[in-house]
Design a protein around this ligand. Sequence first.
Ligand code: SF4
Ligand SMILES: [Zn+2]
Ligand SMILES: [Zn+2]
Length: 306
Amino acid sequence: MKCRVCRGPAVIDLPRHNANFCGEHLVEFCHRQVEKAIAHHDMFEPGDRLLLAVSGGKDSLALWAMLRELGYDVDGLYVGLGIGDYSDTSGRHAREFAQQRGLVLREVDLRDSYGYDIATAAEQTSRKPCSACGLSKRHVFDSEAVAGGYDALVTGHNLDDEAAVLFGNMMRWNVDYLGRQSPVLEAHGGRPRKVKPLVRLSERETAAYCLVAGIDYVVQECPMAEGNRHLSYKATLNDLEVESPGIKANFYLSFLARGLPLFEPAAHTERAALARCSTCGAASPSSTCAFCRLVERLQQTPEETP
Ligand code: SF4
Ligand SMILES: [Zn+2]
Ligand SMILES: [Zn+2]
């Protein structure tokens, strides 16, 4: 297997691009895809201050490295979720990555700042762990990005993530969600501008990038992911991809070009009608946002002592 560019030994084959790359040209390919996403969707400019949500996994660390290599000014934000070993290991990888490169990593621990962790939230409310976790992370990401005066909040969602979310939204025809599934969401109602520069790269490509770039990341899966529907959507899309290389990228990127504009107007109208949460001030369909309701409820429910 030879690299398409230099004919040296290749480290990865990419059937959807009908190409194989050596380490050096894989890095070049990844940079090109990230730059293309940033430029095509007008995500941000050199000189903007960016805050990247860092989980300690391959996508966020690969993106941090790539954005720095491309010359962007990026700080990291790690949220301590309190999920046992998984959180300990992921936090360690995020901290080591930042320390080794002299980068700024901000940290917020849910238990220290809000008095709960994800296991407690799942046990004491009717929410599934991933739902409580997603809600908590979104709130912390948004409030830290706004409080820190950053120009955009950056997340490491990749092509597989976005295609799986799109698949799920289409299976249920969640038109509100479809109208908001853009890799760029403008700032509104106390929430920051949000961007996803990895949408043109797959999980396999970011994992290969980490291997070539010598980035250590948490390999262990989150123990609370079990039953998360997105995993089965990803598996279904991967089966289709084996049969027809490129179909996953086509599904998602063609949606952005041709489907999203059909759903966006309704999402804009809905967003314009949002109120502000009386507790945290963020845009919300009700007078108290879902996050503040979760925190209130957990504060009212005493934790069981062993
Ligand atoms: S799998 Fe679910 S609980 Fe675990 S980190 Fe992801 S969203 Fe949170
Ligand atoms: Zn090469
Ligand atoms: Zn609130």
